[in-house]
Design a protein around this ligand. Structure first.
Ligand SMILES: Cc1cc2nc3c(=O)[nH]c(=O)nc-3n(C[C@H](O)[C@H](O)[C@H](O)COP(=O)(O)OP(=O)(O)OC[C@H]3O[C@@H](n4cnc5c(N)ncnc54)[C@H](O)[C@@H]3O)c2cc1C
Length: 531
């Protein structure tokens, strides 16, 4: 059994690559094995049609940790972000519209069109959220303490978090508990009166989740989406030059520059476990590769229910992983366009403000709730909620001159359907409904469409390895966050199998292109190397 590597990383998603880069920088001999032909996992750019380089799944960046960007020198390896401003554009059925700008004064003018009271309150709302986000951010690059089988170090860590939390002060503490547990609807109802403002803000509470605005816990997702920032501006999202895959490519280049080896089309079938210790992997063609540590970037279910043999795990742990919730309910639709959509609520000649932003199609909170109700009953929504972006409004490197790409993140469409399967016909029907919904606000959308790609939650699982089509490697409710992610007692990136670690979004602090799980895992693995 020749040990060839210090560490094998299963999966070349951005988190696996971050772990690889940090281990390689620490002088470890690292091999990344990615099953697809292209690196990046859900953070990927693919040339779907000649000349169109599409961010097939994730499409915007904000959460990527500045410390990682800096330490891994990602700018040197091609990472470049275009801050998105305005941030939102919502058109309403009565012909009115609203933009959110980086310049708060301009946003307040927009809000005042709908409610003077809400415009007066908005700065306070932003300040409140910023305060709470800072508290959560302080935990992102930390290893959660164990809350079961606690050691003294866990108690000390819990105590430190308690102290930090107490410093929030009474009012913020109450807000924190509420935002962690409330529905985004309740959270916003307590603060705003205008349905239009609340609807525009609520989208960040339901994006990517398995729940509607009235589902408890969705307020936290709102907070998750306003952490981080682009180019130094808090809460701002941006497009990545070359598409989201350029992030993964830049991390890969940084890792390789420090000696990491990366293999694509290397599908790991099994993790070899001997005497309770992970020692290597078996690839799809039977090749065996051995290493001192095995690190999985695959999600917890895929890792423990498919790659590790059942007899290697205690039944209780296995059942906790089986019960780990991992439900997707989003469809990604990518379009190649011959021009730009023209919004009746804000007509433009050529490139205009709506194209530079995130365009929402969701006229009211009830509309989103109804879309979720459909999904909860096992049907793709009759009237879906859409979040649309046009990366080519900023980036001229991803489409032929004069052509554009539109990414549509469409909700709700559950992985598990009642009496149906995700056939091509069903995908087309749902995508047609999405385009109908968009056409109500931008009637020319079908005239300018050259190609359409539809990725269902089922495709996300089959092609991209996301169990249950969960875009975050597992739901992000309070019961599956921090010291509960993926399960209580195993949130420190180590697993019940010695020398086997997790480094993907199914670990703290969860999903999104942030690199934090990969960073945290690397820190713990390096501790074990030196201990
Ligand atoms: C449709 C969609 C839209 C999203 N939009 C955004 C967004 O705009 N902004 C944002 O911040 N986040 C977004 N997200 C979430 C974000 O993309 C993910 O949370 C993040 O990219 C996950 O990264 P990861 O490295 O943890 O896992 P992954 O990207 O899933 O990487 C895991 C890798 O492991 C590989 N793998 C799995 N099993 C094996 C095996 N047996 N052998 C070898 N390799 C294996 C997979 O192929 C994959 O490459 C979106 C996700 C989706 C699906």
């Amino acid at each position: 059994m020749p040990i060839t590597y210090d560490a094998i990383i299963i999966g070349g998603g951005h988190n696996g690559l971050v772990t690889a880069a940090y281990l390689a920088r620490a002088g470890k001999k690292v091999l990344v094995l990615e099953r697809r032909a292209v690196l990046g996992g859900a953070c990927v750019t693919e040339e779907v049609w000649p000349g169109f380089k599409v961010s097939s799944l994730s499409y915007l960046c904000s959460l990527m940790q500045p410390r990682i960007i800096q330490e891994l020198e990602l700018a040197r390896y091609g990472y470049h972000i275009y801050p998105k401003d305005p941030s939102f554009f919502t058109a309403f059925p009565d012909g009115r519209h609203m933009f959110f700008f980086q310049d708060q004064k301009k946003t307040l003018e927009q809000i005042a069109k709908f409610s003077k009271r809400d415009a007066e309150y908005f700065s306070r709302y932003e300040a409140e959220l910023e305060h709470l986000a800072e508290w959560v951010e302080s935990l992102l690059l930390e290893t959660p303490p164990n809350i079961v089988q606690r050691k003294v170090s866990d108690l000390i860590a819990l105590g430190k978090i308690g102290l930090r939390t107490a410093k929030l002060g009474d009012a913020n503490l109450v807000r924190m508990v509420k935002i962690m547990t409330q529905s985004v609807r309740d959270f916003l109802d307590e603060r705003f009166e205008s349905e239009e403002i609340k609807t525009t803000l609520a989208t960040d509470g339901v994006i990517g989740t398995n729940g509607g605005p009235s589902t408890p816990g969705t307020a936290y997702i709102l907070l998750h989406h306003i952490m981080g920032g682009a180019a130094g501006a808090r809460g701002l999202w941006g497009f990545i030059r070359g598409g989201m895959g350029a992030i993964s490519q830049s991390i890969a280049a940084s890792a390789q520059a420090h000696g990491a080896s990366i293999r694509t089309e290397a599908d790991v079938q099994k993790i070899i476990v001997k005497d309770g210790k992970a020692t290597g992997v078996v690839l799809h063609d039977g090749e065996e590769i051995y290493a001192k540590r095995i690190i999985s970037n695959a999600d917890p279910k895929r890792t423990f229910l498919h790659l590790v043999e059942a007899q290697q795990l205690a039944p209780e742990f296995r059942s906790q992983i089986t019960n780990f919730k991992s439900h997707g309910s989003a469809v990604k639709i990518n379009l190649a366009l011959d021009g730009l959509p023209n919004f009746t609520a804000f007509p433009t000649e050529g490139l205009g403000l709506p194209h530079k932003t995130t365009m929402h199609v969701c006229p009211s909170m009830d509309y989103i709730d109804r879309a979720w109700d459909d999904a909860a009953e096992g049907r793709p929504a009759t009237n879906p909620m859409l979040e649309c972006t046009i990366p080519t409004a900023y980036d001229d490197s991803i489409a032929p001159p004069g052509k554009h790409i539109m990414c549509i993140f469409a909700q709700f469409a559950p992985y598990k359907l009642k009496n149906a399967e995700w056939t091509n016909e069903l995908k087309d029907q749902f995508a047609d409904r999405c385009l109908d919904a968009l056409a109500e606000y931008a009637p020319n959308i079908r005239d300018i469409m050259l190609h359409r790609q539809v990725i269902s939650p089922f495709d996300m699982e089959r092609e991209y390895g996301l169990t249950g089509g969960s875009i975050f490697h597992g739901d992000m409710g309070l019961d599956q966050l921090f010291f509960m992610r993926p399960v209580a007692g195993w949130a420190k990136f180590r697993t019940p199998v010695q020398n086997l670690y997790l480094c993907g979004s199914g670990t703290h602090p969860g999903g999104g292109v942030m690199g934090a799980p990969g960073f945290n895992a690397a820190r713990e693995i390096l501790k074990d190397f030196s201990g």
